[in-house]
Design a protein around this ligand. Structure first.
Ligand SMILES: NC(=O)c1ccc[n+]([C@@H]2O[C@H](COP(=O)([O-])OP(=O)(O)OC[C@H]3O[C@@H](n4cnc5c(N)ncnc54)[C@H](OP(=O)(O)O)[C@@H]3O)[C@@H](O)[C@H]2O)c1
Length: 341
């Protein structure tokens, strides 16, 4: 095509959250397509904590490590500009596994690519409410966590996209909802705009004590996005026959070697708890079904989201670091173009 493509490539395994030393922005030509490929002009990159795991050398994670020298993998929203696949045409708006780059090359027969509507009021919601985060939140609350009306529901990383949606979905189910977050401002967003019943600031005081005060009857469902000490704080406050929906272990993504288990492991027996891990690619095929449930809640203003948008591919690393420092609210995106152009 002769056009230039800037691509973030993984050149070293990151140490902690030092992404600048691990990835490099390389300019190259847009690759030639072979049969089965689609070329996507990326409009938005979804910044996902899980990408940190693919950057590491861990062989026991849910996805194999990204080979050094390869582009960083990311979910993207963009427009097909060239296609060698019979089911996709130039002009299609798609959500896909692509790359941190100006253009993504994806093979729909091998990786996730889905055509999405151009008519959604806010196209960014294809990467939030109506994408993997929304599906993970919904199924994590309703099926894996089996949340029921009248129960006490607690979610960590509550100001992040999955946590914020999980809390709002649990409220729709009829739960009393408590979010764990990292600042007073975010706590106010949760209890204000998002309608959570209460919020705990994990940077201000003992989380276990705060949960004990807020959940005197115990936590029925804990939706865990972080693991580590916050998981222990929740475990010590679970109700009998509680459920722990293990969505993410953010606290440990930057850690090398074996990750220690929870100190309060004994509570699994003492409280007869059920732990379930779940991973969104296992249920991507259920996206349309889940979106039909989420849509009326969204249209009624019951599923709100804030977007933290960073302009420019060259600023991706600064934006990515905010997932781990907590210096952002809601869904973090990098914008490269208008998806509807
Ligand atoms: N299982 C799946 O299929 C699936 C799908 C999507 C996401 N996930 C997982 O869900 C989790 C959340 O992802 P997301 O994309 O929703 O989040 P996000 O929007 O990236 O937000 C992450 C938030 O987590 C909080 N945080 C970061 N490090 C923390 C720590 N050490 N302890 C406590 N809180 C911390 C920060 O908020 P505060 O400063 O407010 O605490 C940060 O804003 C991740 O673990 C991710 O891997 C899993």
């Amino acid at each position: 095509m002769g056009e230039q493509n800037r691509v973030w490539k993984l050149v070293r395994r990151p140490v902690g959250n030092d992404y600048a030393a691990a990835v490099e922005l390389v300019a190259e030509g847009v690759p030639d397509l072979v049969d089965g490929d689609v070329l996507i002009r990326n409009a938005y990159l979804s910044l996902d904590a899980g990408t940190r795991m693919w950057m590491s050398a861990r062989e026991d994670s849910y996805s194999p490590p990204t080979p050094l020298g390869s582009p960083v993998i990311s979910t993207v929203l963009g427009t097909v500009v060239d296609s060698r696949h019979p089911d996709y045409r130039a002009g299609d708006l798609v959500r896909a596994y692509g790359q941190w780059a100006d253009f993504s090359v994806s093979r729909p027969d091998e990786v996730y690519v889905e055509r999405v509507s151009r008519r959604l009021d806010d196209p960014r919601q294809h990467l939030a409410v109506f994408g993997a985060n929304g599906w993970t939140a919904y199924l994590g609350v309703v099926e894996y966590g089996e949340a029921r009306a009248g129960e006490t529901f607690v979610v960590s990383a509550a100001s992040g996209v999955t946590g914020a949606l999980a809390g709002q979905i649990a409220a729709q189910v009829g739960c009393r909802v408590i979010g764990i977050t990292g600042s007073a401002e975010k706590a106010a967003w949760l209890t204000g705009e998002l309608g959570f019943d209460a919020a705990v600031n994990h940077r201000d005081g003992d989380v276990a004590e705060q949960l004990r005060a807020l959940c005197p009857q115990g936590i029925d469902v804990y939706f865990d996005n972080v693991g580590g000490p916050i998981l222990d704080a929740a475990l010590g406050n679970m109700a009998l026959f509680g459920r722990v929906a293990v969505c993410g272990l953010l606290h440990n993504y930057g850690r090398e070697g074996r990750v220690p288990g929870p100190e309060r492991f004994d509570q699994i027996l003492m409280k007869r708890l059920r732990f379930t891990g779940f991973f969104s690619p296992d249920f991507y095929h259920r996206g349309p079904e889940v979106n039909r449930v989420l849509r009326p809640w969204y249209e009624a203003g019951k599923l709100r989201m804030r977007f933290e948008v960073t302009d420019g591919l060259e600023h991706t690393l600064i934006a990515y670091g905010t997932l781990f420092s907590g210096a952002k609210v809601g869904k973090a995106l990098v914008r490269l173009a208008d998806p509807l152009d």
